[in-house]
Write a protein of this length. Structure first.
Lengths: 230, 222
């Protein structure tokens, strides 16, 4: 069999499909981050003050921080179950390029976590009295930001896959990478609240997403190889 | 096919094997024996290209393994000591994703008949979480039996398999070898049906003995 007959596209789609089926069959695990998202966002009015004027100022930041923490929570299982049952070795030994397979796993992660967070966001924004003119900015910034968080967090998830109870370490590794995403995301929402043009923030996020799409799969693949070698 | 020259591996300041040379040709089965902790799994992971932490050379079809990974991986089936079976998926789904990763594709019909051969008929649509550990390994073995890859690297394939399963697997290995395939495996099982085709390699603490040549292939240790 020659290398030219490799069908990477099929392997990519099959792996995305497999991970979606897995997520669908373990609804508890898939919905946990979403429930967590809802809880975190509803703690702020209780903890600060349920005043409309104050909350509408904070709403963008609260929704964004909630989304960030929910993604972090979901990342721990990204490669861990594959490592535990030996599937990770099959991934590493596949003739297909590992970054491609990694991208498939990240895509499935975003489709199950990121999309759910985007769908929930308007509900939370309403609850927190976010001015309606800022809704498009919130949704667009989340649409660009959540895949970026899946990609960047995947690096930490890959590095900690063999660490027992590596949750804290994963958080410490991933949070610094999330800071630019958070700054541009909340920045976009804030400028929209003030009625200004927020396209600059979104373009920056789109640029970061392109950078992440190109580099993160390579970094994750390299991390997985290093971690498996031991 | 697969060649190992002067391989030396250390883990945690302990030398597992050194100056180890193996030649594996099509139609051969190399059985690696050794006590627990002798480095059998480590050796297999090196041979499969999962571990790069070694000295010496691994050569695949005349070229250094690190240069021909893609060709090597297209030609290899690795059966690890964890079966790589997803508990949420059915046996059929498991075999299909595994084969897709290896760039092989089987018809649904052939998957069903392979599952029948490993005594999993009737379990095709039951999530593997409801099956036993031995049945998980049987799912992986059904995948193995379908594979057309020439080199099989098997880590303790007989673990948790009952007597019938052992006989079936031995027969499948014999068929694979007679078709020009090669097998490297760790096992303590004596392969009665294959005795004329088996070469044995015994890994002992700090040394490796190839029983065919009878040479003690070890260096002196301080």
């Amino acid at each position: 069999m020659s290398v030219a007959s490799l069908n990477g596209g099929r392997a990519f789609l099959d792996l995305v499909k497999r991970d979606l089926v897995l997520a669908f069959r373990t609804p508890g695990q898939t919905l946990n981050p979403v429930a967590f998202y809802l809880m975190v966002a509803s703690l702020f009015p209780l903890g600060i003050a349920p005043e409309k004027a104050l909350l509408s100022q904070l709403a963008g930041g609260i929704v964004w921080i909630g989304a960030l923490l929910a993604v972090l929570l979901s990342l721990d299982s990204l490669f861990r179950s594959d490592q535990e049952d030996g599937s990770l070795d099959q991934l590493l030994l596949s003739p297909h390029p590992l970054p491609l397979l990694v991208l498939a796993k990240i895509s499935a992660h975003w489709l199950t976590t990121g999309v759910a967070l985007i769908v929930m966001a308007p509900l939370l924004a309403l609850m927190l009295h976010l001015p309606t003119q800022a809704f498009p900015a919130l949704l667009l910034s989340l649409l660009l930001g959540t895949p970026l968080m899946s990609l960047a967090g995947g690096i930490g998830a890959a590095l900690t896959v063999r660490v027992q109870r590596g949750g804290i370490l994963l958080t410490l590794l991933s949070l610094p990478l999330y800071i630019p995403v958070l700054i541009f995301g909340t920045g976009a929402v804030q400028t929209a609240v003030e009625g200004l043009s927020y396209s600059g923030h979104l373009l920056w996020m789109a640029a970061l997403l392109m950078l992440g799409l190109c580099l993160a799969p390579l970094a994750i693949a390299a991390s997985l190889r290093i971690v498996a070698d031991g | 096919m697969l060649e190992v020259a002067k391989l030396r591996c250390e883990r945690d300041d302990r030398v597992l094997f050194s100056n180890l040379s193996i030649q594996l040709s099509p139609g051969e089965l190399l059985q690696i024996e050794g006590c627990n902790g002798a480095g059998k799994t480590t050796l297999l992971r090196v041979l499969a290209g999962l571990s790069g932490d070694y000295r010496g050379q691994v050569i695949w079809r005349g070229q250094k393994l690190s240069r021909v990974y893609a060709d090597f991986r297209l030609s290899t089936f690795y059966f690890g000591h964890k079966p790589a079976v997803k508990t949420e998926l059915t046996p059929v789904e498991n075999i299909l994703w595994r084969s897709s990763l290896r760039n092989e594709s089987y018809s649904e019909q052939s998957v069903f008949s392979a599952l029948e051969h490993v005594n999993l008929a009737g379990y095709e649509d039951i999530p593997c979480g409801q099956l036993s550990a031995g049945q998980h390994r049987r799912v992986a073995l059904a995948d193995l039996s379908l594979s057309t890859t020439p080199l099989w690297i098997l880590d303790e394939p007989f673990t948790a398999i009952d007597v019938d399963g052992v006989a079936w697997l031995e027969q499948r290995l014999a068929q694979h070898i007679s078709e020009g395939g090669a097998v490297v495996m760790t096992s303590h099982q004596s392969l009665s049906k294959l005795s004329d085709r088996v070469r044995k390699l015994r890994l002992e603490a700090f040394s490796a003995v190839d029983e065919e040549t009878g040479h003690e292939e070890s260096e002196a240790w301080l």
